[in-house]
Design a protein around this ligand. Structure first.
Ligand code: SOE
Length: 389
């Protein structure tokens, strides 16, 4: 009989939904070493009873510190705004809880280092939800690179583009406040892009970057103003200053000599969740785009010239990671499946492997690069990543 682990989910927004869905599916589609029970959903003000009813939580709570101390909680899942991650992770670690934390890891490199120290001291398993590593097509990219099929890597070319705040009436949510989010698109999407670059190519050692804010002030979120859709701006709505970047462009020097670039913006009209990368090596090249997440383009330069060119691989065969748990080949998967894939790996780590990646150590490395990007833009020069302390 499998032991059941009780989950406390902190945050009932978009990530609260995506994570709750994954906890509900992981024991159905995977032979995870533990069963999972949705014990308590934790929030700070918005009534959670309807959320608890819909997703099947036993309880609701509005006191995360009290929940952390409960003996009957095994896993703490943090899906809150970035500024809360540091204190929550440290409190969870102190109480011996295994931890899932949403990206970005924390507000700055120093906070991340304190979090790493706390989880390592506690000996708990910790996973940082850069879920795009759990896309089978990304796993295939990793395999091709590790098998030497690309040869020496020359370039990483990443672009993570969205367009959901191009409307100047979109309200000033926490994502647009430096004291809540740490940075704007740089942390929100740039953390995913840098994590993928680190996973697939290597460690950035220096950056040269430019940040920009296009819309300097926005309507304060009023009662009922949606968080992600067009704000219901009415005349006289009080305005607030946007204190984060709307776009962040960077050049990266990698430790293995590769040269890379990453573009992140939430002002790329028509791009909805356009998480794209291209990798160019001496023997081959790859292209992936999350908006076509079941496909990987591969150009094999070792073929006879007349056979060369990009071919699109439909990455749905059961031989690829995770897919044998889902559907037969050709029956594609989606965004939510990457969370389930990751949570199975997290439960396996608790069950024995002890380490799952990415984790807070990766998070600290990601944020160190992103802080170097902020420094480079502010100073107008190339910044070595180890300048960030
Ligand atoms: C931003 O809109 C966002 O929700 C990110 O915060 C997520 O991490 C990404 O997976 C989808 O886009």
């Amino acid at each position: 009989m499998k032991k059941t682990l009780n989950v406390a989910m902190i945050g009932g927004g978009f990530m609260g939904k995506a994570h709750s869905n994954a906890w509900l599916k992981v024991n159905t589609f995977f032979d995870a070493p533990y069963k999972v029970n949705l014990k308590v959903i934790v929030g700070n003000h918005t009534p959670l009873e309807e959320f608890a009813e819909r997703w099947g939580y036993d309880e609701v709570s509005y006191d995360w510190r009290e929940v952390m101390k409960r003996e009957d909680i095994d896993i703490v899942d943090i899906g809150t705004p970035t500024y809360m991650h540091h204190d929550m992770v440290i409190e969870a670690a102190k109480n011996g809880k295994h931890i899932v934390c949403e990206k970005p890891c924390a507000m700055n490199y120093r906070e991340c280092c304190e979090m790493v120290e706390a989880v390592e001291k506690a000996g708990v398993v910790h996973y940082l939800n850069h879920n795009y590593r759990r896309v089978p097509a990304v796993a295939l990219a990793k395999k091709l690179i590790d098998d030497g099929r690309l040869g020496r890597i020359y370039h990483w070319r990443g672009a993570y583009l969205q367009d959901w705040i191009m409307d100047e009436d979109a309200p000033l949510t926490w994502h647009l406040r430096a004291d809540r989010a740490g940075a704007g698109v740089l942390y929100d999407l740039g953390s995913h892009a840098v994590d993928l670059a680190r996973y697939l190519v290597g460690e950035p050692v220096a950056v040269t970057a430019r940040l920009e804010t296009f819309i300097k002030e926005r309507p304060l979120p009023g009662a009922g103003a949606a968080t992600f859709s067009k704000g219901e701006k009415v005349e006289g709505t009080p305005m607030g200053e946007v204190t984060v970047d709307d776009a962040a462009f960077m050049l990266l020097d990698f430790d293995n000599g590769a040269l890379g670039s990453i573009e992140t913006t939430r002002f790329a009209g028509g791009r909805k969740n356009y998480n794209d990368f291209e990798i160019y090596g001496s023997k081959g090249s790859l292209k992936f785009n999350f908006e076509r997440m079941n496909e990987l383009q591969f150009s094999d330069l070792t073929l006879p010239l007349e056979e060369q060119g990009y071919r699109t691989i439909l990455v749905t065969e059961g031989v690829h990671p995770y897919l044998s748990a889902w559907w037969p080949c050709g029956h594609i998967i989606g965004y939510e499946h990457t969370f389930v894939n990751a949570f199975n790996d997290f439960l396996c780590a608790i069950g024995g492997d002890k380490v799952v990646s990415p984790n807070l150590v990766d998070g600290a490395a990601d944020i160190r690069v992103l802080e170097a990007v902020k420094m480079s833009s502010a100073l107008g020069r190339r910044v070595a990543v180890d300048e960030v302390k």
